[in-house]
Design a protein around this ligand. Structure first.
Ligand SMILES: C[C@H](O)[C@H](O)[C@H]1CNC2=NC(N)=NC(=O)C2=N1
Length: 124
């Protein structure tokens, strides 16, 4: 099993979040992010997407799940603090949940977010 990474200091955590993950915040020893959705179905899609990334990474967040939002919390149990693993997984989660193909000009048109029948993520 991989060795333990060192826990990062609070100042470094806050500076890196501001630079790399501006929608994430540091509170009570965890880096956290609130993803808002249009309702339960969208919420469960976010939960399952994060769940897949976590299992693939073998690094797991805590999740607070509500009707129209999910709070993702990350810290490294083995280091008893926030490590590079938390930043690496948070970056993957942020890129996936906030992915909007329509903004890339490629062949994928993306969810018709102007139609309340189809939109399911409230993008920041
Ligand atoms: C039991 C232990 O948590 C696991 O072996 C692995 C996998 N997932 C993990 N997830 C997190 N957040 N921290 C860990 O230290 C960790 N270790």
């Amino acid at each position: 099993m991989s060795d333990t990474l060192p826990a990062l200091g609070e100042d470094e955590i806050r500076q890196r979040l501001a630079r790399e993950l501006p929608h994430w915040y540091y509170e009570n020893g965890w880096i956290r992010r609130k993803y808002r959705t249009e309702g339960w179905k969208g919420t469960l899609m976010v939960v399952n997407a994060v769940g897949h990334l976590a299992e693939a990474a073998w690094h797991h967040p805590d999740l607070a799940v509500s009707y129209a939002f999910v709070i993702v919390k990350l810290c490294t149990h083995s280091a008893k603090g926030v490590t590079e693993r938390d930043f690496a997984l948070a970056s993957r989660i942020e890129a996936l949940i906030q992915w909007q193909p329509a903004r890339e000009g490629g062949v994928l048109e993306g969810t018709p977010n102007d139609d309340q029948r189809f939109r399911y993520i409230k993008y920041d």
